[in-house]
Structure formats: C-alpha cells, structure tokens
Design a protein around this ligand. Structure first.
Ligand SMILES: Nc1ncnc2c1ncn2[C@@H]1O[C@H](COP(=O)(O)OP(=O)(O)O)[C@@H](O)[C@H]1O
Ligand SMILES: [Mg+2]
Length: 277
C-alpha cells in the first residue's frame, strides 16, 4: 500500500458496552453485545473517533442506538461513558436520530439557542456559541430561516449543530446517510470527517446499513449480525460479529480513499459478510 502508515496512541476508554441483551415481544433482538471505543490520539493532530455500527436492516441497530443514548434500558448489561466511566443516561450524549427533531416554529439559530439554554448555558453564551457553530457547519446564511426552508442536508447539519450545543463528547447518529441525494451524501461524508478533525474530544458513533459511506467516514467498523447454530439456522439476537480496523488498512485519515482498490475490496468484503448475517 502506497499510503503512509499513520501513528497513533490508544488512550482512555470513551464508551464501554458490556453484555447488553434486549428482548422485544418475547424475541431476542440483541444478544450479548460487547465493545469498547477508545480515544485514539494522533500526535500533533486534532482527531476525533468515528466508529461505525453496521448491519443489515432490521438487525437491531436503532434499538442498540437507543440503549447507547440512554433512551432505553437493556434487559441486562450496561453502557458506560467517559473517563472516569459512568452509566449513560438520557441527555448525556448527543443524539441525532433518524428523523431529526428540529423545532419547526423556531429559526435554525433559535433551535440552537434553545438547545444551549436547555443544557444550562446563559442566553448570551448560548447565542455566541450558536453563531459559531452555524459558521462551522456552513449554515451562516440559514440562521434566520425555519427548518422547513432548508434542504435535507442542511437540516441534518442543523440537527447535528443543535446537538453540539450541549458540548457532548459523544455523538450518536442513526442512519445519517439515508434519504440524501448523491451530492448531499458526499457532503455529509466529508462533513463528518471534517468535524471529527476539528475536535480531539468528539467521538462519533454512527449506526448505519450504508456500507460504502461507513467505510468512507469511519476509522473502525463493527458489524452487527446473528450467529448460526450447528444446524446452520440463525440464532435470534444480534451481536458484534466482526470489527474492521480501517486505520490499519490505510482507509482512514487519508483523502481520496473511496477511489482506491482497497476501498472497493473492503466494501465487497463487508457486503459478502452481510449476506451471511
Ligand atoms: N417495540 C417493538 N416490539 C417488538 N419488536 C420490535 C419493536 N421495535 C423494533 N422491533 C424489532 O426489532 C428488530 C430490530 O429493529 P431496529 O433496531 O429498528 O433495526 P435496524 O435499525 O437495524 O433496522 C426488528 O426486527 C423490529 O421488528
Ligand atoms: Mg434503524
């Protein structure tokens, strides 16, 4: 591989998922889900983590997302965040759900200020931070508009900016690539990569079934799927089947990776894996 190898240190644990089980309607949905996300430190660089939780539709990703966000409890197991680790509770992490909930009767600026106020910021500080984020997120011209006046991609960026107002370390996103046209999709991928490099302490966990987009933006992928029993039948309940280290493959932290043979090989490899989950 021609791309240089990028050096980094593995530091503190930012997210720890231990023995998570979930049943719904008497059916196992998640079965013993375990993984950890560590702070990866790149000397001399601002580098946040982007971790992808990947799996076919119906596999339990949104259910896992809600557990990671502290919105629903698992039947057993737990989710710890931060250093020192504490059990996650609703409101502790940034959450960009599949249908991003902006307040329709407020301007984009107003949406951000409300989020800051709810997180306990004084009005003036919330306004200053909101203006800064609008600039960072390429929404400076949209501040006085209402959500309905924005494109899908702009609305999604506004929803992420709104979550940044709470200055959360951890940002969870459910299917951030769905419902975007090809141009908006490319922008969203670039945007997540850019934002991850503006803050060392921002960690994204992205839940998606979009294999190519996940490989494009993530540094680590975890693939959710079911085990097979000795008889070849699926055992109900998804767990992490495989972790793909995209840094080791030279597919993270470089530009232009989506045009490389290694990128296409990784997409096909995960596609093949999906076919057996
Ligand atoms: N409230 C519920 N009661 C019973 N089953 C549910 C409920 N919500 C979701 N499920 C089931 O849980 C499984 C996982 O759903 P979900 O997490 O939305 O999948 P994904 O996000 O991976 O597409 C699906 O089979 C779905 O039918
Ligand atoms: Mg889902």
């Amino acid at each position: 591989m021609l791309r240089e190898k990028i050096a980094y240190d593995v530091r503190e644990c930012l997210l720890s998922v231990k023995g998570v089980n979930l049943n719904l309607g008497g059916r196992p949905i998640l079965r013993d889900v375990n993984f950890e996300v560590h702070n990866l430190y790149r000397p001399g660089m601002l580098q946040g983590q982007v971790v992808g939780l990947l799996g076919p539709s119906g596999m339990g990703k949104t259910q896992l997302f809600r557990i990671l966000a502290g919105l629903n409890p698992p039947d057993s197991g737990h989710v710890l965040i931060g250093d020192p680790p504490v059990p996650v509770a609703a409101g502790m992490v940034g959450v960009v759900a599949q249908h991003y909930p902006l307040l329709h009767h407020r301007t984009i600026l107003g949406n951000l200020v409300v989020a800051g106020r709810q997180a306990g910021q004084p009005a003036k500080a919330a306004e200053t931070e909101a203006q800064r984020l609008l600039e960072v997120f390429g929404l400076k011209e949209q501040g006085e508009k209402y959500p309905v006046q924005l494109s899908g991609g702009q609305r999604q960026r506004a929803a992420i900016a709104q979550q940044f107002m709470c200055s959360n370390q951890l940002m969870l996103m459910d299917e951030p690539f769905s419902g975007l046209d090809p141009l908006a999709l490319a922008r969203m991928c670039q945007f997540i990569k850019d934002i991850a490099q503006t803050d060392e302490h921002k960690t994204f966990v992205i839940v998606t079934h979009d294999i190519a987009s996940a490989i494009e933006v993530c540094d680590t992928l975890m693939v959710l799927g079911r085990d097979k029993g000795p008889d070849g039948h699926f055992i109900p309940g998804a767990k992490i089947q495989q972790t793909v280290d995209l840094i080791a493959r030279g597919l993270a932290w470089h530009t232009g990776i989506s045009r490389t043979p290694e990128f296409h090989a990784a997409v096909n490899e995960v596609k093949d894996l999906f076919a057996h989950l």
